[in-house]
Ligand binder design. Structure first.
Ligand code: AMP
Length: 362
């Protein structure tokens, strides 16, 4: 399979048409690269900024084959790309990050097992397939603990906190019969993430560690630099590099971390890996020398990676649901950069856009 670097004018195929696909397409254009977005939703926000698009199901083999033949490389903006879709596409066209990155990260149990085998710090966890499994896992891990579906969970969906007193059956019911994982509850002081990129030749670059605030499990804001010790930041970078190297990863990845205060000082535990550009990296569009979206395009194109240097202190705030109606306020504010994703229905909690504020030194 050809793995030559892309030439300007080449076409990047993107599976998924949400805001992440939209921002990848927007970053590809100034580099002289075209984009073709594939998504089943005819109202996909990415369609309006891409060179071409296909509306078809991820299971539509004929549409996938036609898409794959029109593009030079394929990437994706969400980790739940079905394995068969990844296989169909990568049979003829390079897929970055590859099918192994997808497989490892789309199942929480596979992901945590991979991390533990790498010797990386993760909360205690155990597989839960049924009632007896949950009872055994709770006996081993204790309460409080968090029960999560192994697949398809995002923004806190498909998870439940098991405190003292919560009946095992009630917790299991929340999983809707799906295979699950039980994790020890982590009494974290902060949540952080590392956004990093690995190029086709193994070149690795990470942005400053980001501190993230969530509300109702949805990312509310991201701030750089994170209020953590230098040694903790170094440990976080090492974790991201180990993961990227072990997966022979190509592209941008996000590694979500818990920062915990313990007797031995501050330390981090890995929560999860996102094999894609990440909401907590949106600040890089105005706040870093190279945005995470451009960096992803460079990496999958086989091009040199760009500088990850931050331009100052940066805060990115998501516009959720009806908050996006207040877009004029952001426009009126000096130094605030407004991004709206072109989505129709501002359902509560839906990511409609974001605002970035950069405070440059001096
Ligand atoms: P996740 O979908 O795994 O990223 O979880 C969403 C959010 O739930 C995280 O950002 C945390 O705020 C919280 N959470 C997830 N797992 C744990 C855990 N093991 N301990 C404490 N909080 C957690």
């Amino acid at each position: 399979m050809a793995t030559k670097p892309l030439a300007p004018g080449a076409v990047i195929g993107i599976l998924g048409g949400g805001q992440l696909g939209r921002m990848i397409a927007l970053a590809a254009a100034p580099l002289g690269l075209k984009t073709h977005v594939y998504c089943p939703d005819p109202d996909s926000p990415a369609f309006e900024v891409a060179t071409a698009h296909t509306v078809a199901a991820y299971e539509d083999e004929a549409a996938l084959a036609a898409f794959r033949d029109k593009v030079d490389v394929v990437t994706y903006e969400f980790e739940n790309v079905p394995a068969a879709t990844a296989k169909a596409v990568s049979a003829k066209t390079p897929l970055f990050p590859d099918a192994r990155a997808l497989e490892t990260t789309q199942d929480r149990l596979t992901e945590k097992t991979f991390l533990r085998k790498l010797g990386l710090p993760v909360p205690d966890f155990a597989a839960v397939d049924d009632r007896d499994g949950l009872a055994a896992a709770l006996a081993a891990i204790g309460r409080p603990a968090v029960l999560k579906t192994r697949r398809f969970g995002y923004d806190g969906k498909g998870q439940i906190l098991i405190r003292e007193g919560l009946a095992v059956d009630q917790a299991l019911a929340a999983m809707g019969g799906q295979p699950a994982i039980l994790e020890a509850f982590v009494p974290f002081r902060a949540e952080c993430s590392v956004i990093a990129a690995r190029g086709r030749s193994g070149e690795f670059r990470a942005y400053d560690v980001v501190e993230n605030r969530h509300e109702n499990h949805i990312l509310r804001s991201s701030h750089v630099p994170a209020a953590i010790r230098r040694e903790t930041a170094s440990a976080a970078f090492e974790i991201a590099k180990k993961i990227a190297d072990a997966l022979n990863y190509v592209g941008v990845l996000g590694v979500e971390l818990f920062v915990v205060d313990g007797p031995a000082g501050e330390r981090v535990l890995v929560n999860e890996i996102a094999p894609r550009v990440h909401n907590s990296g949106h600040w890089t569009i105005e706040g870093a020398a190279t945005s995470q979206f451009e960096q992803h395009v460079r990496a999958i194109a086989g091009w040199p990676l760009g500088s990850t240097k931050a331009r100052g202190e940066v805060t990115m705030t998501n516009l959720l649901g009806a908050e996006a109606n207040r877009w004029r306020e952001a426009l009126a504010e000096n130094g605030a950069s407004l991004h709206l994703y072109g989505k129709g229905d501002p359902k509560p909690g839906r990511k409609m856009g974001h605002v970035t504020r950069v405070k440059t030194a001096g």
